[in-house]
Design a protein around this ligand. Structure first.
Ligand SMILES: [Zn+2]
Length: 309
């Protein structure tokens, strides 16, 4: 039965006219980079500035529009030489936005200190970033926007009153979780696993892009513009060229963060708490009763935790 069906299919294919290659649907994506100037471990002999230069070179090679780097000023206070990372980022024409002075977790911080942490980051950003619109993009640390609706509303009101625009994320491939195993495998000289990690990084991010495009179609019946979350980490810098190339093959056209956030989708207010936080489409899905599991609930972090132990 199956053989007969296969032969029929083969015959159909053989006799069909020349088929055009499948059309790749275009999708607009903005890249953003969190945790400047310091995120995760380094490889032996590597500096924070090496990482930044590596990332900036790849962004330039792919001709990306300005990529906002989100800053935690406390790192510059603790490690003054990391200021050069921020200056190099700006010198390359890339903007700097606000990620809170000390990367506070809204699920674990009282409201007033959380808001004060946003304001505390402003003097450093004013020194480094002349563009007021750029430094008024705010990225919630851990993507935690509030475990309950009241907390969520309080922070949103504060951001609005202070001229901030929330830099929502729609594409989160857990990139941060790859850098620790990346460094462990390098220390062991395990080239096969390093290669596999690199491939997995790209695969996970392509999978998330496809999932979020599908979820966007389900929620809004159209192609959304997307915002990709990366960090200034070892594994992410290593895999960036492969990732951008793979995304371009998926139909991605690079746009600025402002352009992506102009999509009316990001003006939706799910107006409910979400403990643990997640990329924005998951919050909208939850508000509408649509089943969708954020990436950190799919076992990836647990699997990476075991790599090269
Ligand atoms: Zn962060």
């Amino acid at each position: 039965m199956r053989l007969a069906f296969s032969l029929l299919l083969l015959a159909a294919c053989t006799h069909s006219p020349t088929t055009a290659p499948p059309t790749v649907r275009e999708v607009e994506v903005a890249v953003t980079v969190d945790d400047l100037p310091l995120h995760g471990p380094l490889l032996p002999g590597q500096t924070r500035l090496d990482l930044a230069r590596g990332m900036l070179a790849v962004l330039a090679r792919h001709h990306l529009p300005p990529v906002v780097g989100f800053v935690n000023g406390v790192r510059v206070e603790a490690f003054p030489d990391t200021r050069a990372v921020l200056e190099t980022w700006r010198a390359a024409g890339q903007p700097l936005g606000n990620h809170g002075w000390s990367h506070r977790n809204l699920d674990q911080t009282e409201l007033e200190p959380y808001l004060a942490d946003i304001t505390a980051n402003e003097p450093l950003l004013e020194q480094l970033e002349p563009d007021a619109a750029a430094r008024h993009f705010y990225r919630y640390p851990f993507l935690h926007e509030g475990a309950d609706a009241a907390r969520r509303r309080a922070v949103r009101d504060f951001l609005r009153q202070h001229g901030y625009r929330t830099a929502e994320v729609s594409l989160d491939g857990d990139g941060w979780a790859f850098s620790e195993p990346r460094v462990r495998c390098a220390a062991k000289g395990d080239q096969a696993t390093l290669h596999r990690l690199h491939e997995q990084f790209v695969e996970v991010h392509v999978d998330e892009l496809r999932r979020m495009r599908a979820l966007g179609l389900q929620l809004e019946h159209r192609e959304l513009r997307h915002v990709l979350l990366l960090h200034l980490g070892v594994a992410e810098v290593d895999a960036l060229d492969g990732l951008l190339t793979a995304y371009e093959h998926e139909g991605v056209r690079w746009v600025s963060l402002g352009r992506a956030l102009d999509d009316p989708f990001y003006a939706i207010d799910p107006d409910q708490g979400f403990r643990g936080g997640a990329a924005f489409p998951y919050l909208v899905a939850k508000a509408r009763g649509v089943e969708a599991r954020p990436i950190y609930l799919r076992g990836l972090e647990e699997q990476l935790e075991q790599v090269c132990r």
